[in-house]
Every structure is written in C-alpha cells, then in structure tokens.
Design a protein. Structure first.
Length: 100
C-alpha cells in the first residue's frame, strides 16, 4: 500500500492544526474547516476537467490542494470513514447524466 510521505505526520498533528488559525497581514486567511460536500464538489470538478480520474486513489487530490488545507481535508475524510487509498469515484458517488 502506498502512503504519502507526510501522511503519518499529518494524522498526528491533525487535531492540533485544526484548532490553530494563523493570520498575517499579507496573506489570505485559509479556511479552517471543509465539509464533505465541499471536498466532493472539488473532486467532481477535477474529474470533470479530466485532471484526475474516478479510478485514482483519494490521496491523488493532495497534488491539487494546498498543503495547509490538505490537513483539514484529511481530518474530514477520516471523520466520514474514507481512507486515502479509497477511489475518488467512491468519494464523489455515481455520476448524474442530464442528456441520455
């Protein structure tokens, strides 16, 4: 099983990082919470653009999401019983077609 290099460290610091909000005058504040719906919408958007496929593991999404935000996403996925090795298709569910 492939596990990203920062996966174990991220799990250990997940609860600590989610309670800390660091702001600077020159930076945009980051979102400290991601709902499962937001994560699914972002994954759906990347699949529709053809950037990732439904068959790839969920951890593939970390390449397209800033590292400081990925920590919060991992925590939410864990709360919702998703594993990073699960497929993106499992995360976003079945596709709905408007034109048959």
């Amino acid at each position: 099983m492939f596990v990203p290099n920062n996966f174990l460290g991220t799990l250990l610091t997940c609860k600590f990082v989610s309670k800390v909000k660091i702001m600077s005058v020159n930076t945009v504040p980051s979102i400290s919470y991601y709902s499962l719906d937001v994560i699914q919408d972002e994954a759906r958007r990347l699949v529709q653009k053809g950037v990732v496929s439904r068959q790839q593991p969920i951890y593939t999404l970390c390449q397209y999401i800033p590292a400081r935000e990925w920590v919060c996403i991992e925590c939410e996925l864990e709360k919702c019983d998703f594993l990073l090795r699960d497929r993106i298709g499992d995360l976003i569910g079945r596709e709905e077609w408007e034109n048959d």
